[in-house]
Design a protein around this ligand. Structure first.
Ligand code: ASP
Length: 581
């Protein structure tokens, strides 16, 4: 080894030792008679000192070092007179007797420090330099810890990690596929997996019993802060289990992660029906760090000649605690918030429960103080609270009030990143109607089993059929989801029929799976966690980009390697793809 120790290790315990360190020049200070260099590696920073009187030549050499030069320096560990107690090595310095430049460096395009002057684009272009910075590297270390913890937990429970192929087959279900042309089979394409779903089910048919994989998945979707075209799942599957077993096993995984990585005791994860989550929070991934449940006011508000409420399918309200003092301007801000095109509501009604006990609403023309008292009782308001009410078509208004609830939660400081609240959402609908294609789509995926007692509804009322499907939500973010699978050919075929596949189409696309079901498929089910999202929640970050070593930007580009890129005519020809240029 070129070094005897790292830049984060030396303390007063090492006084008098001769050491050799390797690392990057963080900073140098030339004080005339003395030159100080801070040398940095992954483990920390150590101060090197060069003394003109002791060794003028070495001191000159030290003066010539630029930021980010890679050096090897040897010397004696001595006590510092000017101690820096903020870092572990801050009580010592190294009196240098030998110095070697291992490699020079150009001046980096931004500061390699915790607080940098580099903008996003520049840091993405030089990601390898950004990764030298502590906050960025620490995210990768956290990610590593989490991956190790996952592996330990699942290995101890007899899960086997199996790699499934990356070049697979394109199917029309789910998101858009990334495709890869096949040179050896001109005109044909592989697809990159959106998840290893069918393979992990086939492994169950093979008798693997418990499988997991920390695996890259690919979806060609429009990007958002928490999406990347390639992302990582903790993908799992088990045989001979019921839903309850999956919930317990993977609640255990998440609680273990919180304990081992964050030293946080996540309490037992509560469970909520999908229908209740929608009714109470207007979302299938409610942020349960705070309550602020919806209260239905439809009956209480009807028949007073206020057309907005009279004509609405649903009138719902929330109690914004302690917000009665909100000014007109603040209330207008909230109204503007819900009228933004992304939310698309038409208006917001409010009522203040004043400190003196009186209640005043924005619709006093239609409602008496007696009426308002009933609203207040329903929403359990106290003096000082603010009632916010929205009305409209059921599903839509729930979603809209859900957004307002989150906004109020943020304004009231109820969404602290250091507080964690997990939730299981259970019994999702099996199917969801898609306006565009005018047919039902599988809400989770087509391999999810309906609840046996609901199968009869498939023919009469498909939208009402519930699935044996579950999601885990942490702080309002879906971090994982899965289901008990169909393992019977006939039921799988019926499912495809309801999804609008002809028997031939189903056979062509998923025949391999249905055929496998005829060779002794065990009952099975599983789950997949979004590993990047989980890491970003653990790191207290909003974007998954910061927990990925080499992420893509918002246009799906890697600006460091400049990809995607065109390929030349010769390659196109080999692939039998006609150039469109
Ligand atoms: N493959 C599913 C997904 O990616 C997860 C599962 O059902 O296990 O969402």
């Amino acid at each position: 080894m070129l070094r005897t120790t790292t830049c984060g290790a030396l303390t007063l315990d090492n006084l008098g030792e001769n050491v050799i360190l390797c690392g990057w020049v963080q900073k140098s200070r030339d004080l005339g008679g003395m030159t100080f260099i801070d040398i940095r590696d992954r483990y920390g920073i150590t101060q090197l000192v060069f003394n003109m009187d002791d060794n003028p030549q070495l001191c000159e050499a030290a003066r010539s070092l630029g930021r980010e030069f890679v050096i090897k320096a040897g010397g004696l560990v001595v006590e510092r007179s000017n101690k820096n107690l903020k870092i572990p090595t801050g009580e010592v310095e190294i009196k240098i007797t030998a110095l070697e430049i291992l490699n020079a460096s150009k001046i980096p395009p931004f500061l390699i420090e915790d607080e940098t002057d580099g903008g996003d684009d520049l840091r993405m272009k030089y990601r390898y330099l950004d990764l030298r910075r502590n906050p960025v590297r620490n995210n990768m270390v956290l990610r590593h810890r989490m991956a190790q913890s996952v592996r330990r937990y699942l290995d101890a429970l007899d899960f086997i990690e199996v790699e499934t192929p990356v070049l697979i087959k394109s199917t029309p279900e789910g998101a858009r596929d990334f495709v890869v042309p096949s040179r050896m089979n001109g005109g044909e394409f592989y697809a990159l997996p959106q998840s290893p779903q069918t393979f992990k089910q086939l492994l169950m048919v093979s008798g693997f019993d418990r499988y997991f994989q920390i695996v890259k998945c690919f979806r060609d979707e429009d990007l958002r802060a928490d999406r990347q075209p390639e992302f990582t799942q903790i993908d799992c599957e088990m045989s001979f289990i019921e839903q309850e077993d999956i919930l317990n096993t993977f609640e255990g995984l998440i609680r273990t992660l919180f304990k081992e990585v964050k030293n946080f005791d996540l309490p037992e994860v509560p469970r909520m029906q999908y229908a209740d989550a929608m009714r109470w929070y207007g979302s299938d991934k409610p942020d349960t760090r705070f309550e602020m449940r919806f209260v239905e006011l439809t009956e209480l508000t009807k028949g007073k000649n206020f057309p907005v409420f009279d004509n609405a399918e649903l009138v719902i309200g929330i109690n914004a605690k302690g917000c009665a003092h909100y000014t007109r301007k603040q209330l207008d801000e909230l109204t503007d918030f819900i009228k933004r095109p992304q939310i698309g509501a038409t208006g917001l009604i409010y009522a203040r429960h004043n400190e003196d006990g009186s209640i005043k609403s924005s619709v006093d023309k239609f409602y008496t103080e007696e009426d308002l008292k009933q609203w207040s009782a329903a929403l359990q308001t106290e003096p000082g609270d603010l009632i916010l009410i929205m009305a409209g078509v059921k599903d839509k208004v729930r979603k809209q009030l859900g957004e307002l609830r989150l906004e109020m939660g943020s304004r009231l400081g109820l969404r602290d990143k250091n507080v964690f609240s997990a939730l299981w959402v259970l019994d999702f609908p099996l199917l969801e109607w898609d306006e565009e294609s005018e047919r039902y789509h599988a809400m989770h995926h087509p391999f999810t089993s309906p609840k046996p007692e609901d199968i009869a509804l498939l023919d009469t009322n498909p939208g009402e059929v519930r699935a044996n499907a579950y999601d885990m939500v942490v702080n309002g973010t879906e971090i994982g989801g899965g289901s008990i699978r169909i393992h019977d050919r006939a039921l799988q075929a019926l499912m495809f029929k309801h999804l609008g596949f002809s028997a031939e189409e189903a056979q062509k696309q998923f025949g391999f799976l249905m055929d496998a079901f005829e060779f002794g498929a065990p009952p099975h089910g599983g789950i997949a966690f979004g590993f990047d999202r989980l890491c970003s929640i653990f790191a207290g970050l909003d974007s998954i980009r910061d927990v990925i070593a080499f992420p893509k930007n918002n246009s799906g580009r890697d600006v460091m390697i400049d990809s995607p890129s065109t390929i030349d005519e010769k390659q196109l020809k080999e692939l039998k793809i006609k150039s469109t240029l």
